[in-house]
Design a protein around this ligand. Structure first.
Ligand SMILES: O=C(O)C[C@H](O)C(=O)O
Length: 440
């Protein structure tokens, strides 16, 4: 056991534990058992710490070997070997300070071990004086959140591109299958099944483009601005060096914020990104609902397409198979829309130089991004790619509807065609005969 102390007293920690007193207090204070802080965010914070340490090595500052041990410790964390040490709940007060300190303490203790010292020997490597040198939670955390968001956005954008291609393939495959169009769930002008899928491809193409474009706004980071964006305690050479290193490490074209105070306190960019995710969620829901309806049946529904059966559907009705993948997509989309509200609420509650509710923004945004990233892959591979058309059913429904009469309205006038439909009680064969007679 080791004992760590702060102004509030002492905490006992097992020797193998790499986090320190501040993390231990936060673990206890925020033990709401919601969920742990996202490892995506933790890794992005570690990248910021590594870039800072590399900058200090380059500038030749600090005690001999300390920053080298810190960068080695960062590499160990980034390889996934210390995941269990990040123990602070995502639902936390303190604007992310506990998460930043959890990272600072784990890096410091790992670096101490790598240097042949014991955990807690902070006179040699200190979580704040060394690992957090020239930094504050308020510049590290928002910078890391931007990096994590961009990494996920890139994956999601690629996923959307593939989903778009899958819809385009279906557009070509179903190009010559005529079917009923529907407006307000009622028979409307005939279309092709291909064009139904072509419209989905267009919507997802728009999502993909929006997600691609928004990255450039996220690339402005406030690292080096420290607590309120004025760069207190951050050396000028470090400030420029750390962004260069981060750019190299992440392969993201990060740039120093033109006005770091703004970036430190205002979070509208996350509302913007979430808004785009909401637009994607809305499209996915609309498409999934169409697919469920077109697949409905097998006997009592529309049945124009067939989804591949993924699992048995019922514990009581033998043979029933449900459209489980679109149902999952719809619920994931609902969650993204709910998260958007949380992000909007949190972003609107910032006061003066900082928004204390950034942890909720971070958790909700990264959850939405990861959820959508997986959702579009599963939707594509387990649903869209496997869809088959029932062209006979499409034709049967088309031919049993008088929706085709729209073609006659220009020649005969709307009122006359309506009268023919009414006089023949909507009977399609009689309507066709009556219209033929008019044409003669
Ligand atoms: O942890 C810090 O660096 C600052 C903290 O977030 C605060 O503003 O109180």
């Amino acid at each position: 056991m080791r004992i760590e102390k702060d102004r509030l007293g002492e905490v006992q920690l097992d020797d193998h534990i790499l986090y320190g007193i501040q993390s231990a207090r936060a673990k206890d204070n925020f033990s709401v058992n919601y969920k742990k802080t996202s490892l995506r965010l933790i890794y992005a914070i570690v990248k910021v710490k590594k870039a800072a340490a590399m900058t200090y090595i380059k500038l030749g500052v600090g005690k001999e070997g300390v920053y080298r041990a810190i960068t080695d410790a960062c590499d160990i964390i980034l390889s996934g070997q210390a995941d269990g040490q990040f123990i602070v709940d995502a639902m936390q007060g303190g604007a992310g300070t506990s998460t930043n300190m959890n990272v600072n303490e784990v890096i410091a203790n790992l670096a101490l071990k790598l240097s042949g010292k014991n955990c807690g020997e902070y006179d040699f490597i200190h979580p704040i004086d060394d690992v957090n040198r020239g930094q504050s939670t308020n510049d590290v955390y928002p910078t890391a959140l931007r990096i994590a968001a961009i990494e996920l956005l890139r994956d999601l954008s690629e996923g959307c591109a593939k989903l778009q291609q899958s819809f385009q393939k279906k557009e070509n495959q179903f190009d010559d299958i005529k079917k009923l169009g529907r407006t307000e769930l009622m028979d409307a002008i005939p279309i092709t099944l291909g064009s139904e899928f072509g419209s989905y491809a267009q919507a997802i193409a728009r999502d993909r483009w929006r997600l691609y474009k928004v990255e450039e706004r996220l690339r402005q980071v406030n690292i080096g601005g420290t607590a309120v964006g004025t760069s207190a305690n951050a050396d000028r050479k470090y400030r420029f060096g750390v962004i260069d290193k981060l750019r190299e490490m992440t392969n993201i074209g990060l740039a120093a914020a033109e006005y770091p105070m703004d970036i430190t306190q205002n979070n509208d960019v996350f509302v913007e990104v979430s808004g785009l995710l909401k637009a994607l969620a809305v499209n996915l829901m609309k498409i999934s609902n169409d697919i469920r309806l077109m697949n409905s049946g097998p006997a009592g529904g529309i049945g124009e397409i067939k989804l591949a059966p993924m699992q048995m559907g019922s514990t009581i009705m033998p043979g029933k198979v449900n459209p489980v993948i679109p149902e999952m997509v719809i619920q994931a989309s609902m969650k993204v829309i709910a998260n958007d509200y949380a992000i909007t609420a949190a972003a609107s509650h910032g006061e003066f130089e900082l928004n204390a509710f950034l942890p909720l923004i971070a958790d909700s945004l990264l959850e939405s991004l990861s959820l959508l990233e997986r959702t579009v892959i599963i939707f594509r591979t387990k649903c869209v790619d496997l869809i088959e058309a029932d062209s006979e059913r499409c034709l049967k429904l088309l031919e049993s509807s008088y929706a085709f009469t729209v073609e006659y309205t220009q020649k005969l006038g709307y009122d006359k065609v309506s009268r023919i439909i009414e006089e023949n009680n909507g009977n399609v064969d009689s309507i066709k005969n009556a219209l033929k007679n008019f044409e003669k």
